[in-house]
Design a protein around this ligand. Structure first.
Ligand SMILES: Cc1ncc(C[n+]2csc(CCOP(=O)(O)OP(=O)(O)O)c2C)c(N)n1
Ligand SMILES: [Mg+2]
Length: 269
């Protein structure tokens, strides 16, 4: 999409994330704020995926493998027009489509995720499908860094390289935290760049909160080459809300009304 101010858009999306969680009294605040700039970049700059072409076989594919951060995806999809903004008020309500882990009943969501460690493998299958059918679409998958402790990811990485899936981009939301502690304390995944390179990926490291830098990077990648892409996006869990930044307990703590008001006061340009 041309002429979208990505900075403004990501603030708008962060504000929606906070409001949804306050309203629903549930969700993953830190995780969704961590990914907000990555999703903004993908949906408002990079992806050939829109409400208009969302069922076209040639559309780009996106998989949110860290499915617990669903509020970030819902807020982004609504802002992009995949479904009405009013749906965000129904998050976590009985019999409503916006569930804690995303499902493909929601326009713009390709696959059900939330059980960590599966999205990357699914994305490999999508990318292989594009290669075999010659459809030419690109596939992007977003994982958490803690999520990479799941062994299935490394099988997916091996397969991506084996099948020479240059049309596949793995983005790792690298915030250094997982559910209750740091990734380093739980099961160290570093040196991540060396690991991905050893698995045959072309690797880039970038500030995962600089939407314009990410947009330029995604625009510059060679999607017709033989190496899958790995993007290590350096992020801060809880980014934009001072009391939640880099604090493991804000993985899924629900703000009080007062904390919510403070968060919204901080989330301005
Ligand atoms: C298979 C599986 N095991 C455990 C969980 C519970 N769980 C939800 S989020 C999370 C931590 C994820 O950390 P990370 O991938 O770094 O994501 P972040 O929230 O930091 O972006 C865990 C263990 C899960 N959803 N799926
Ligand atoms: Mg993490």
């Amino acid at each position: 999409m041309d002429n979208v101010n990505l900075k403004e858009k990501s603030i708008e999306i962060r504000r929606k994330i906070v409001s949804m969680i306050i309203h629903a009294r549930g969700g993953h605040l830190g995780s969704s704020l961590s990914e907000a700039d990555i999703l903004t970049t993908l949906f408002f700059n990079t992806l050939n995926f829109s409400p208009e072409n969302r069922t076209d076989p040639g559309r780009d594919r996106f998989v949110l493998s860290k499915g617990h951060a669903s509020e970030g995806l819902y807020a982004t999809l609504a802002a992009r027009g995949f479904f009405p903004l009013s749906w965000l008020d129904t998050y976590l309500q009985h019999d409503c489509p916006l569930t804690i882990h995303p499902t493909n009943q929601v326009p713009g969501i390709e696959v059900c995720t939330g059980a960590l460690g599966h999205g990357f493998s699914i994305a490999v299958g999508m990318a292989l499908g594009a290669q075999k059918t010659g459809r030419g679409y690109r596939t992007f998958v977003l994982t958490g860094d803690g999520e990479l402790e799941e062994g299935t990811n490394w099988e997916a990485a091996m397969a991506a390289s084996h099948y020479k899936l240059g049309n596949l981009t793995l983005i790792v939301d690298t915030n250094g935290l997982q559910l209750a502690d740091t990734v380093a304390n739980t099961m160290e995944i570093n040196p991540l760049r060396d690991k991905l390179e050893a698995f045959g990926f072309e690797v880039h490291e970038i500030d995962g909160h600089d939407a314009y830098a990410m947009a330029a990077l995604f625009d510059s990648l060679d999607y017709s080459g033989s190496k899958p892409h790995g993007v290590i996006a350096r992020t801060i869990k809880g980014k934009g809300v001072s009391f939640a930044e880099n604090r493991p307990e804000w993985h899924h703590t629900i703000p009080t009304i007062e904390q919510g008001e403070l968060a919204l006061k901080e989330l301005v340009l």
